[in-house]
Design a protein around this ligand. Structure first.
Ligand code: IPE
Length: 243
């Protein structure tokens, strides 16, 4: 069984404090992941590390830059966060290893992502837990654009033939218009009106975009918060199931 899990930037960082790790949440997440006995691919978002630099340099998933200082600032901040996440996982006993998408991925001029995954499959076979992150990515004709953790989730879930996908974010699931967690979503049209955006600086676009991308996956996906992570790791159904 292969599980792809995203830890949202709002889970592992203090989203409104520049470049600040949420140590308590990170420790809780690491303890939860240490209980997994399945092959696990971890992806984390940018939170107050990536988004703040991306916004400062006017870089988004579609607006690129040729400014190497901007690329290094965004990538450097994400590498710092990745190191903190990998360290916390290692302390909890997870065989975590870092993988930096900027070093390997690219987009063509239509924006389609190309990301090698053979090395990730070998890492899993050999008992490692690769830990990737939202990043900048070179983009044909645009310089470099943002690659969100959600886009990585989608690309990796399909390429690695994942059995389950988890998106651990700041909310306990996808809310309906009355802020009740929707149990299951199988069509975007049913929930389009109820989905709003994210309130803090987020260059990659909130819950609506997440749901849309997760609906396209072969594997079932679950959206939940840190309180649902133990349940997800135990193979249960926290939050909203999207399939
Ligand atoms: C963003 O990744 C990465 C950068 C801004 C460099 P995500 O869009 O997945 O991050 P979160 O989870 O929303 O913070």
């Amino acid at each position: 069984m292969t599980t792809v899990l995203k830890l949202g930037g709002s889970v592992v960082t203090e989203k409104d404090e520049p470049e600040t790790v949420d140590r308590e949440n990170l420790r809780r997440a690491a303890d939860a992941l240490a209980k997994s006995d399945e092959e696990l691919v971890v992806i984390h978002g940018g939170g107050s590390f990536g988004h703040h630099h991306a916004a400062e340099h006017g870089v988004s998933t579609t607006d690129g830059t040729h400014d190497t200082e901007a690329v290094r600032a965004i990538h450097g901040a994400m590498k710092d966060l990745n190191e903190a996440v990998v360290d916390a996982l290692a302390v909890a006993g997870v065989s975590a290893v870092p993988v930096h998408p900027f070093s390997a991925a690219s987009r063509n001029s239509a924006g389609d992502l190309s990301l090698p995954t053979d090395q990730l499959a070998t890492m899993l076979d050999e008992g490692f837990t690769p830990v990737l992150h939202g990043d900048v990515v070179v983009h044909e004709t645009a310089g470099a654009t943002i690659l969100s953790g959600d886009e990585l989730v989608v690309a990796l879930a399909d390429a690695l033939d994942a059995d389950r996908v988890g998106v651990c974010s700041a909310v306990p699931g996808v809310y309906d218009a009355d802020e009740n967690v929707i149990d299951r979503i199988d069509a975007f049209g049913d929930v389009a009106d109820a989905l709003g955006g994210s309130d803090a600086t987020d260059v990659t676009g909130g819950m609506a975009a997440k749901v849309r991308e997760l609906l396209g996956l072969a594997a079932p996906a679950y959206v939940f918060d840190i309180d649902g992570l133990d349940e997800f790791i135990a193979g249960e159904h926290p939050g909203t199931r999207i399939d």
